[in-house]
Write a protein that binds this ligand. Structure first.
Ligand code: A3P
Length: 332
């Protein structure tokens, strides 16, 4: 396993990524886009894996068999995979007003733990050069990204394929990201410090509001659909139907319910093709996280922040949110 230590750097307006992202930054911006592409874009922990699976199933005429047997990462990959699949090995958190200094190592996951040799080979290609992997996918392509708008391919806004952007209440997102960063980036700080880092745009991917506003300000573009995790949770059937109409593949109630059931929290958590457990377990080895009952598909509820944030933290968060959305029509 090759490893290089590195820190996060700022790309675009306020997106924090490993410095190695320089290798592909311009190539991603310039990459070819096709009208029949379908993109799912989001800040991490907004329900994007769930949403991407809905989009893929609608686009593939409810092919539940393939959705159970082929990893989502190969059917609908993250374009920046090869750069952002990294672990944080060492962190030094310095006073919050300054940039925290986070050191990372890059490395490939152990492919021996992958389900079969074809999967292993394809994943190797994806992890080595995800941009080429995406460029070579047959159309229609289903592509995902956590990059902020200014780092995405320019042609998304001229060729105008369908782009689905999902957002989530920042407080719940922060809680979810806290658990995720602990495992995925080995950021082991107290929750309170994590919140400060989050509100200071200092975590991987960086500013949530830069990310949100990039798409919110384009919400009237005919090729962009904005979704919210909360709507997907509270009105799954109607939200699935809304996505289907947007994709010009309308669904009846029965089919929307079939997708909803196939991707219910518990079913999705059990589905190895999209529960990301194989990646979690590869990080630590020996199925550590599965055995410990720690899952990428973690809790799946609205309002989880109330279980972990103190009144004082909620107040601080609410003020931060208000300061960022005031004078706009974005709401939470
Ligand atoms: P929690 O950590 O709050 O449980 P992403 O895929 O964008 O990283 O988002 C991950 C979040 O979506 C996690 O939130 C995860 O549990 C939730 N999620 C994933 N699949 C889900 C499903 N089928 N139903 C509800 N929530 C789901």
């Amino acid at each position: 396993m090759t490893e290089t230590e590195f820190s996060l750097e700022s790309f675009g307006r306020k997106c924090l990524l490993p410095p190695a992202y320089k290798e592909i930054e311009q190539k991603v911006i310039d990459t070819a886009i096709y009208k029949d592409d379908v993109w799912t874009v989001s800040y991490p922990r907004t329900g994007s894996t769930w949403c991407q699976e809905i989009v893929w199933l609608i686009g593939n005429d409810l092919d539940f068999e393939k959705a159970k047997t082929v990893l989502q990462q190969l059917r609908a990959p993250l374009i920046e995979t090869s750069i952002v699949m990294f672990d944080c090995v060492d962190q030094k958190i310095i006073p919050i007003k300054d940039q925290p200094e986070l050191k990372y190592k890059r490395g490939f996951l152990p492919y021996s733990s992958m389900p079969d040799s074809n999967t292993s080979k394809s994943l190797y290609q994806l992890f080595s050069d995800s941009l080429s992997f995406v460029e070579n996918m047959p159309s229609p392509r289903f592509i995902k990204s956590h990059l902020s708008l200014e780092l995405l391919p320019k042609k998304l806004f001229t060729v105008k394929p369908k782009v689905i952007y999902i957002m989530r209440n920042p407080k719940d997102l922060c809680v979810s990201y806290y658990y995720h960063c602990k495992i995925y980036h080995k950021i082991n700080v107290d929750f309170e410090i994590f919140c400060e880092l989050f509100m200071n745009d200092a975590l991987p991917i960086g500013s949530i509001f830069n990310h949100y506003f990039g798409f919110w300000n384009r919400r009237h573009d005919e090729n962009i659909l904005i979704l919210r995790y909360e709507d997907l949770k509270t009105d799954t059937r109607e939200t699935i139907k809304k996505i289907a109409i947007f994709m010009e593949k309308p669904l009846n109630d029965e089919d929307a319910d079939a997708i909803s059931e196939f991707l219910s929290f518990h079913n999705m958590r059990k589905n190895k093709a999209c529960n990301l457990q194989v990646f979690f377990d590869a990080i630590q080895g020996d199925d550590f996280y599965s055995k410990a009952g720690i899952h990428f598909i973690r809790k799946g509820i609205v309002g989880d922040h109330k279980n972990i944030m103190t009144e004082e933290m909620i107040k601080k968060f609410d003020k931060w949110i208000q300061d960022n959305i005031c004078g706009t029509d974005l709401w939470f």
